[in-house]
Ligand binder design. Structure first.
Ligand SMILES: [Zn+2]
Length: 161
């Protein structure tokens, strides 16, 4: 059978609000503010889900896990990611690699990246070396720079043998 390789892309934004838990890359980041959302609002996990679903042409995270559905209220996004991996596996797809960027003015994300990689590798059942996480500020420009929100981007390759 022919080897099939497909690419996918994900983008997401969440508002930041004072006093909320800040879930990012599957772990809780110590900070005065956290991301607002129907789930735990983990923007990195959401873009990875969207990139994987996009690569398989299986719509997006909101299509599978509606933000109107009370069963997903406050849900750990890692549960959604596991379900996405399962949906792809049913179609015969495995993950090749993931590359991502988090856009956040503060706090510094870099010290947390090893813990995020380790957590997400475990959730997805893939080696850490197949997950790249990068972080950037936006030099105080725009909603990220003004600390009003957090954004993330991800690209993935998926493979069907
Ligand atoms: Zn989201």
């Amino acid at each position: 059978m022919k080897l099939k390789i497909r690419t996918g892309f994900g983008y997401d934004v969440h508002q930041l609000q004072e006093g909320l838990d800040f879930w990012l890359g599957g772990i809780k980041i110590p900070h005065t503010h956290g991301a607002l959302g129907h789930s735990d609002a983990d923007v990195l996990v959401h873009v990875i889900c969207d990139a994987l679903l996009g690569a398989a042409n299986m719509r997006d995270i909101g299509f599978h896990f509606s933000d109107k559905d009370p069963q997903y209220k406050g849900i750990d996004s890692k549960i959604l990611l596991k379900e996405v991996i399962h949906l792809l596996a049913l179609e015969g797809y495995e993950i090749g690699n993931i590359d991502s960027t988090i856009c956040l003015q503060e706090p510094k994300v870099n010290p947390h990246i090893p813990a995020m990689k380790s957590c997400l590798a475990q959730v997805m059942g893939i080696p850490e070396q197949d997950i790249s996480i990068k972080a950037t500020t936006t030099e105080h420009l725009g909603f990220v720079g003004k600390k009003e929100g957090v954004a993330a981007f991800a690209t993935v390759l998926i493979i069907k043998q």
